[in-house]
Design a protein around this ligand. Structure first.
Ligand SMILES: CC(C)(COP(=O)(O)OP(=O)(O)OC[C@H]1O[C@@H](n2cnc3c(N)ncnc32)[C@H](O)[C@@H]1OP(=O)(O)O)[C@@H](O)C(=O)NCCC(=O)NCCS
Length: 152
């Protein structure tokens, strides 16, 4: 399958990125996250966390939502990325990079931080991210975070 190049305006592709939060089908996005797979999400919590974010990005193919990402940012020094995911059939086409870079560009933080899903570190390393030696987190559900491989 050929790679999608979102930088080519002439590319005859129905795939596009969009920042409009008012017309998102949240149940369809929940399904994308579940299939990605990023686990089951509560629709209200997912919607509210996107609405409370500094910058959001949604990927569509035709009229169908196929991916998303969001960022918190002070728009000066730091951007933190969350919930970057694509439906499996749209992974590996350059969309993950496109969403991430769109969020970074619009969020405006000089530095970017995120925690990778276990096993996805090589994707971020490939895009220039480096493993943090002193990252610390206080998870709301510490046992779950440990079971999912986020903490020791
Ligand atoms: C992780 C994810 C967002 C990456 O998005 P993607 O669209 O599949 O990746 P892209 O096609 O944009 O890849 C961009 C570059 O990274 C590389 N890459 C992608 N996944 C990689 C991996 N697992 N390891 C190493 N390199 C990887 C690609 O080869 C590509 O390189 P190139 O263009 O220089 O040849 C996507 O696969 C996904 O949604 N996975 C499931 C959900 C998830 O784990 N999300 C991460 C939460 S932290």
């Amino acid at each position: 399958m050929s790679k999608l190049d979102l930088r080519r305006p002439e590319a005859a592709s129905p795939t596009r990125l969009c920042a409009d939060i008012e017309h998102v089908d949240w149940l369809a996005l929940i399904e994308v996250f579940e299939r990605a797979p990023l686990g089951k999400r509560d629709p209200k919590l997912l919607e509210q966390s996107f609405r409370n974010s500094s910058v959001v990005c949604f990927a569509y193919h035709g009229g169908q939502i196929i991916g998303a990402g969001r960022a918190l940012s002070d728009r000066l020094t730091w951007t933190v990325i969350f919930d970057l995911a694509l439906a499996p059939e749209f992974q590996g086409r350059g969309l993950g990079r496109a969403i991430l870079q769109d969020l970074q560009a619009r969020a405006g933080g000089a530095s970017t931080m995120l925690h990778s899903a276990p096993g996805k570190e090589p994707f971020y390393q490939h895009l220039g991210f480096r493993r943090m030696k002193t990252a610390m987190a206080q998870f709301a559900k510490p046992e779950l975070a440990r079971d999912r491989g986020f903490t020791d």
